[in-house]
Design a protein around this ligand. Structure first.
Ligand SMILES: *Cc1c(COP(=O)(O)O)cnc(C)c1O
Length: 394
């Protein structure tokens, strides 16, 4: 099997797995308990917090552990909104291609009276900082723009956007789930006030994540209960999962440069190979792009069929289409960068991990070439295109 869906989830690293198992066996005390067994767990928890904080340029007190990226996004955004509301600021700036954990939270806030401006994403999958600046108003309480897009892999000019927000005195949140552990992120240098991350996107366990909230940013609780996480997130901490997350992050960051160099080489080999397919186009900027992301549209086919046939050939990939949710709508991300429905339907995302080899890449290219040609062979859209009934877009 060739696993090329690391943007969906990653395999746990051996070191993270080892840490987790040993803690479930030995370090399972409750960190809020006062006896030694509990205090040992507390020490492990605080060590993980300090390690993670150090990696992103924060201090320990600024890290809150959560059940993952979605919870982190929800709490970060709701905190900024609640703070804005107290100051009479009801306007939020975001973008059309955010993750649903952000977009759906914003939808819920709209029902509570907030006004949301969703910025357009340009054809190359990038947000323009000056457009963020122009969208900020006197009553804007939050700007939330993702660090790197999970479908098309484009890396946003976060530092420039952060600087604009800081200058205007508006809180800045970034969903950094796809960035953390893959590209350098520093909350200080990037002027970030709130940031979300998830362990299973960097070889840690699922169901564990964290968010960073700059000192002084008032937080709103999503979960009420005990005084864990400085009273901001109740519930006994998942100490083995959190320690495994810290372990995975340390490992990813240590190997980041080497991994990125390897991934970029394989990624660009894939891009070059897939570009040979007629009427195909890369989605998202070729340079400002995550090292492991490849995303293409192939005219005249359905992404779902492509995936199923690739699965038969032992290749795990993904399509932008939200077919799993039972909806036949094409990806909101591809629509946001201006792909029309028909074209957006024929998309393929390959998100490669460090294990990928160049031979794997060649195998993927050949499989995609074969499958696309096969599917086009009986696609009515393709027939209309080739007979001139419809015009090619790509
Ligand atoms: C995966 C992902 C999330 C959600 O994280 P979970 O830990 O699965 O809840 C949020 N944002 C982005 C960009 C993601 O890729």
């Amino acid at each position: 099997m060739i696993y090329a869906d690391n943007a969906a989830t990653t395999k746990m690293s051996d070191a993270a797995m080892k840490t987790m198992i040993s803690l479930w066996q030995e370090g399972w005390g409750n960190p809020s308990s006062l006896y030694t067994h509990g205090q040992k767990a507390k020490e492990i928890l605080e060590k993980a917090r300090a390690d993670i904080a150090g990696i992103i340029g924060a201090s320990s007190k600024e890290i809150i552990f959560t059940s993952g990226g979605s919870e982190a996004d929800n709490q970060a955004i709701r905190s900024a909104a609640a703070y804005g509301k107290r100051q009479g600021k009801w306007h939020i700036v975001s973008s059309a291609f955010e993750h649903h954990a952000v977009l759906h939270t914003l939808k819920a806030l709209e029902k509570e009276g907030f006004e949301v401006t969703l910025l357009d994403v340009h054809e190359n999958g990038l947000i323009i900082p000056s457009e963020v600046e122009a969208a900020i108003r006197d009553d804007t309480c939050l700007v939330t723009i993702m660090y790197a897009n999970n479908e098309i892999g484009t890396i946003q000019p976060i530092r420039e956007i952060g600087a604009i927000c800081r200058e205007k005195g508006v809180l800045f949140h970034t969903d950094a789930v796809q960035a953390i552990g893959h590209i350098p992120v520093n909350v200080e240098a990037d002027h970030i006030d709130l940031l979300s991350a998830s362990a299973h996107k960097f070889h840690g366990p699922k169901g564990v994540g964290f968010f960073y909230a700059k000192k002084g940013v008032p937080l709103t609780n999503l979960i009420e209960g005990g005084a864990q996480e400085r009273g901001k997130r109740a519930g006994t901490e998942n100490v083995p999962g959190i320690a495994a997350m810290a372990e995975a992050l340390k490992e990813s960051v240590t190997a980041m440069e080497t991994t990125a160099a390897h991934l970029i080489k394989v990624r660009d080999r894939l891009i070059t190979g897939l570009r040979q397919i007629p009427h195909a186009a890369l989605n998202g900027d070729a340079c400002h792009r995550l090292p492991g992301n490849v995303n293409f549209c192939f005219e005249g086919i359905e992404g779902e069929s492509l995936l199923l046939l690739l699965d038969d050939k032992g290749i795990c990939a993904s399509s932008g289409s939200a077919c799993t949710s039972g909806s036949l709508d094409p990806s909101h991300v591809l629509l946001a960068i201006g792909r029309v429905h028909d074209v957006a339907h024929g998309s393929l995302r390959l998100s490669i991990g460090e294990d990928i080899t160049e031979t794997d890449a060649d195998e993927i290219i050949q499989a995609v070439q074969e499958v696309v040609a096969y599917l086009r062979g009986f696609s009515p859209i393709w027939r209309d295109l080739t007979t001139g009934k419809k015009d090619f877009i790509l």
